[in-house]
Each structure stands twice: as C-alpha cells, then as structure tokens.
Design a protein around this ligand. Structure first.
Ligand SMILES: *Cc1c(COP(=O)(O)O)cnc(C)c1O
Length: 356
C-alpha cells in the first residue's frame, strides 16, 4: 500500500521506529514543564533553524494546526485589514476565517495560470489599506505556487507578510527573509502524523504583536512567545508530535538537498503527464506557477474516476481533487517522505492504463 495523498500524507518510514522509541523513553507521559520537555523543545528549535535554514532572528512556535495559525494572525497580528491573495480553496478558507475576526478583509483572486503581477496588485481598490498581506505559497487544492510577492510588498511596504507554506515547508528551501510569518501543519510536506503546526515569525512580526498587544485568547501570540522563551508552551502540547519532529529534523538531508530532489521529481512528473497518452492534462499549464510539491492532473470525471479506481486496485492511493476541482482532477503529493520506488510503481500502473 502506498499513498500519494497530499495531506494527511505518507509519513517518513522511520516514524515507526521513532514511535517505539518515544514510548520506551517515557516521553509520552512527560510533564510539559519538566527539564526533559524543555530540552526537547530547545533541540527541535535548533534543528529546525539549522535543517530548514531559518534565520537566527526568526522565532519558531508550535501550534495545533495551520487553521489555528490563520486565527492567530487575525487576532494577534492584524490591526484593521488583511489582504488575501489566492486562487484556490485553502487561500479562500483563510480569507473566510479572517473575515470573521478582522474588521476588514479584501480578496485578490487570480487565475491558476497567473503569477501575482504588479498589474493585478494595481487593480486593487484605492481604499484597500491592508496591514497584513496573506499569501498561500503552495495552494494544495490546485497545485500552484506563488514564488514572488514583491509586487505586493512594493505597494504596501509597511504591511507584514504572512505565508501559508503548509504543503511546501519541508520540501522547498523557503525565502524566509521575504516574509514575516510562515507556517505549516506537519502532516503534509514534513511527513509526520497530523496534530501540530510550525509557525515562524520575523522580528517585524513580533514587533507588530507587541504593538497590538492582544492577550484576549488562549492562543494569543504573546502568550505563546513568552512561554517559548522558556522553551515551554502555555498549555499541554503534543509532546509526541514534538518528539517526532525532532527525530525527523535530526535525520533528514539539508533542505537544499531535499529541494533539489523534489524539484527534479516534479519536473519528471510533469514531463510524464505531458508525454502520456492518458486522456488527462496538467491542470496548471504555465510552468512558472506549477507547484513542485503537489501535482494536479485534470481530465473528464469518468477518466479521473477510472484512473483513481485502477491505481487503488494496485494498492496505490491518489489524492482526490479539492474544492472546485473535486471530480475533475486528482492530485499527486510530491513530498520528500515518498520513495523513488513508490513513484516508479505508480508510473508503471499509470503507463499500463495508458496502453489499455
Ligand atoms: C492542509 C492545509 C491547511 C490546513 O491544515 P490543518 O492542519 O488542517 O489546519 C491550510 N493551508 C494549506 C495550504 C493546506 O494545504
């Protein structure tokens, strides 16, 4: 059995051994204010900084989910207005969640084949004055990526930039310095079981948090920050998740190596479908905005259903389409935890369908 679902996705195979280790080390019952737990947290933060090349002055926090980070940004980092740039279901959800909490939200929707251009940004209404810019780095729903948000920064230099990198963090060497808040839940590109997210903040983001001084919620960023300075959390955290993240960060290749491998595999996947005689095409035709970590393939409802059924018969799960593309696409996770062998097996099954 193998899964190409883009979340929850295949976990690193070593997780099995790590789970045993966690159990036998007694970590599952450890007090979250104990020295053991604080050492563990300190260790993960060090590894995350090193392995993912996160700048030293950017702080890292553990949150329960990416969805929760959307709320934290709205509650603790937004003064009046957030601008949401998106072309798919996850960006749209973030916009909806923020809309319930923030005084004003504005949406900038763009096409799946469009990069975020200066012309798009200039079309925003003049009364749009966001203090937070929200970008989905990798739209898991349709396999597009936003690689450049300089047009936004040029227009709103005072704003802080928040980037949802849920399905790319761990597979792509992110340009940390170009944004103030980055986050991802761990069940996608980080190859871990669900139940935790990582949030990364720049000094400018923290300044904003102190400026707003929100302390109204259990998950107000300043509470989180103050506890993390002692390597603690303000509630009993997912210690197993933290333990597993530490193990994975200790053992994976440096992100520059992973990124290269993921990019090469992505190119091979796109070429595979472009060359294939299967009655399907890549949903995203513009190579400049194609995701390296989530490959989305489009076809008629019947072709998509047929391909998913045959691969399932071979013990391989493809990702269903999502949102507007639910029945007319399938998605292939191109996450680092997936092995070359699994990819070869899937390609073999797909090729056999093509020759039927
Ligand atoms: C999966 C996903 C989320 C939601 O993650 P949760 O862990 O369910 O909160 C948010 N954004 C993107 C881009 C995602 O892929």
């Amino acid at each position: 059995m193998s899964t190409f679902y883009p979340g929850p996705s295949k976990v690193y195979p070593q997780v099995e051994e790590y789970l045993h280790e966690a159990f036998h080390a007694g970590i599952l019952s450890v007090n979250h204010r104990s020295a053991t737990c604080m050492d563990l947290t300190r260790s993960v933060l060090t590894h995350l900084h090193r392995q993912l090349q996160i700048p030293e002055d950017y702080t890292i926090y553990f949150i329960s989910s990416a969805t929760e980070v959307w709320e934290i940004i709205a509650q603790s980092l937004t003064k009046k207005e957030s601008l949401h740039c998106f072309n798919g279901a996850f960006g749209a959800k973030w916009y909806e969640y923020a809309g319930k909490l923030v005084e004003k939200v504005t949406a900038l929707r763009f096409d799946v084949n469009q990069p975020l251009t200066q012309e798009e940004v200039n079309r925003l209404p003049t009364h749009c004055e966001p203090d937070v810019l929200c970008v989905t780095h990798n739209e898991t729903a349709n396999g597009t990526t936003v690689r450049d948000w300089t047009p936004l920064v040029a227009k709103f230099p005072e704003a802080i930039i928040a980037v949802d990198a849920t399905s790319s963090l761990g597979g792509v060497n992110l340009p940390w310095q170009t944004a103030d808040v980055w986050f991802a839940s761990v069940q996608k590109c980080l190859g871990l079981p669900a139940g935790m997210a990582v949030m990364v903040c720049s000094p400018k983001a923290l300044e904003r948090a102190f400026d707003i001084n929100d302390r109204s919620f259990y998950n107000s960023l300043l509470f989180i920050h103050e506890n993390f300075q002692k390597f603690q959390t303000h509630y009993t955290p997912n210690v197993l998740g933290i333990f597993l993240l530490n193990k994975v960060m200790e053992h994976i290749d440096p992100i520059t190596v992973i990124e290269k491998k993921v990019a090469n595999r992505a190119r091979a996947w796109y070429r595979f479908f472009e060359d294939s005689i299967l009655p399907v095409t890549c949903l995203v035709s513009n190579p400049a905005v194609r995701s390296d970590t989530v490959i989305t393939i489009q076809g008629s409802e019947s072709s998509i259903a047929y391909i998913k059924a045959i691969t399932e018969q071979h013990g391989i799960t493809l990702g269903n389409g999502y949102g507007a593309w639910k029945n007319t696409t399938f998605r292939i996770a191109n996450f680092p935890a997936i092995s070359d062998l699994e990819i070869d097996e899937l390609k073999e099954v797909l090729s056999s369908i093509a020759t039927l």
